[in-house]
Design a protein around this ligand. Structure first.
Ligand code: IMP
Length: 204
């Protein structure tokens, strides 16, 4: 049987690094967007939900690639802020904002509304698109709370502000292995791996 090709459809190098580690040992040739230099640019994420955006990205890249596509849409939900930053997590402080600007805006929004260490969830939705098959979705949710100040140097995005449930440190203070074992992305990828094994007709 031919080794299937699986494209990780994300331009976020931090996510891609985590996904590659979490796909280790998968019986597939794992490719990244750097292997598709002819794709014009990333699609605009116009969806109202993580699921909409994951589907949008999977469909977009499937138009340029004949193998299987795995897209990730993820972000941080803070119920005290009405669910923000949510699907706008990557551009909370405006389009083109970097991680630090987004974290600063989150802390400012919390200060302005008088919340200290509110509950929050990291959410990840993966969309798997295989030729001739309906898309399949896998959800991961990581509960925790938002620290009053950034701590730690590992990870990316909101990691220095997110304290996972049952921990006193932030994600940016965890090892990459520990983050992958617990995270929203790790949970979604564990579900995906089971599905992919069935898709190939093998045991997970
Ligand atoms: P997306 O590319 O629209 O899915 O944006 C995801 C954004 O959510 C990232 O740019 C981060 O700001 C945030 N995010 C998602 N997953 C993580 C994570 O594992 N750690 C920290 N921030 C994350």
């Amino acid at each position: 049987m031919l080794t299937p090709r699986l494209l990780i459809a994300s331009g976020n190098r931090h996510k891609v690094r985590e996904i590659r580690a979490l796909l280790e040992g998968l019986p597939a040739e794992v490719l990244g967007l750097e292997d598709l230099p002819f794709v014009p640019e990333e699609p605009e994420e116009t969806g109202a939900t993580f699921t909409d955006n994951a589907l949008l990205k999977a469909r977009y890249y499937s138009g340029f690639f004949e193998g299987c596509v795995l897209a990730d849409d993820s972000g941080l939900i803070v119920p005290a802020l009405g669910g923000a930053p949510g699907v706008l997590s990557a551009r909370y402080a405006g389009s083109g904002a970097d991680d630090e600007a987004n974290r600063r805006k989150l802390l400012e929004s919390l200060r302005a509304s008088g919340f200290t260490e509110p509950a929050a969830d990291f959410v990840c939705v993966l969309c798997f698109a295989a030729p001739g098959q309906p898309p399949a979705f896998f959800l991961g949710r990581w509960p925790g709370r938002i620290a009053s100040a950034a701590r730690g140097t590992r990870g990316f995005g909101y990691d220095p502000l997110f304290i996972p449930e049952g921990h006193s440190c932030t994600v940016a203070e965890l090892s990459p292995e520990e983050k992958n074992r617990l995270s929203h992305r790790g949970q979604a990828l564990a579900k995906f791996r089971g599905h992919f094994a069935k898709f190939l007709g093998r045991d997970p």
